[in-house]
Design a binder for this molecule. Structure first.
Ligand SMILES: [Zn+2]
Length: 96
């Protein structure tokens, strides 16, 4: 359940736009696009239903938004901006 675009795909859990040219290939060179570099969600699992997407998003935020591939985290990364990619307001996930 990812949005395929020319620039990659946007993770439905965290809103990160994963690039098409990416390091997510296994030893055999097979693309493993399904794992989000930001939150580590696997397409088709964590985001399989709207409810599980929300649950996993909330957990990821409450656990401190740790990056699955921290070396790819932009210096000026901003969670609220990223969440806007998927129409999510960070405020809805704070203070509760
Ligand atoms: Zn993600």
């Amino acid at each position: 359940m990812t949005q395929q675009t020319e620039q990659g795909y946007i993770c439905r859990v965290c809103g990160y736009r994963n690039p098409d040219h990416n390091p997510f290939r296994d030893e055999t060179g097979t693309s493993v696009h399904g794992i989000c570099a930001c939150c580590g969600s696997e397409s088709g699992y964590e985001d399989s239903t709207p409810e599980s997407t929300k649950v996993n998003r909330r957990r990821w935020i409450q656990e401190g938004t740790k990056w699955f591939h921290p070396e790819l985290k932009p210096e000026n990364w901003d969670l609220a901006t990223q969440l806007h990619n998927i129409g999510v307001d960070l405020k809805d996930y704070q203070n509760n």
